[in-house]
Design a protein around this ligand. Sequence first.
Ligand SMILES: C[S@@+](CC[C@H](N)C(=O)[O-])C[C@H]1O[C@@H](n2cnc3c(N)ncnc32)[C@H](O)[C@@H]1O
Length: 198
Amino acid sequence: MSRWAELTGGNSGADYASRFASLAASGVDVHGEATLCASLVPPGSRVLDAGCGTGRVAIRLAELGYDCVGVDLDPSMLAEARRAAPAMTWIEADLAALDITPGFDLVLAAGNVVPLLAPGTEAKAVTLLAGAVRPGGLLVAGFGLDAAHLPVPPTAGLAEYDEWCAAAGLVLERRFATWDRAEYRGGGYAVSVHRRPG
Ligand SMILES: C[S@@+](CC[C@H](N)C(=O)[O-])C[C@H]1O[C@@H](n2cnc3c(N)ncnc32)[C@H](O)[C@@H]1O
């Protein structure tokens, strides 16, 4: 069972969607992840939103002209995505057993997806996500590294994450401290951008 399912009981989709709707209604910019991705690859690019949850990032990217597919394991989260964007492709699947046609320009894991995987499956999931990236494409993952930035006890650190990416043939290109591209200086949250050479 994923740490996310342990944390939420697998029925938090509606609450999650309404929390972000309230933030957006109060004027908070909830599209930082999509904005960063849009700065990295042009409209029309194929994007895999891995651990897409309610689809909030993929839906925003689709509005900006990206060709997005969302994958998640939590039916309650996917139900919100399907309700909000029924014409988009939403796949219920475990990232640690992902079987998807590769060739994505950008694979995204936003919102602490990596630390919220089932314990012990992180390396496998990162390998499979990296495998979905086309030559020249990007894997972008943002996640907390300490208790202050995570809803669960910290697991993978950046050194481990970089090793999994390197083993899958990816090279670290950029690392930010936030989705609005503040420079990473060793804090408790990082957005890592790895590229598959080619
Ligand atoms: C905090 S939510 C983030 C959702 C979305 N990326 C966002 O930023 O709004 C983490 C998501 O990771 C998903 N997740 C965790 N483990 C997973 C797995 N093994 N396979 C697929 N999705 C998983 C959860 O179901 C949950 O929807």
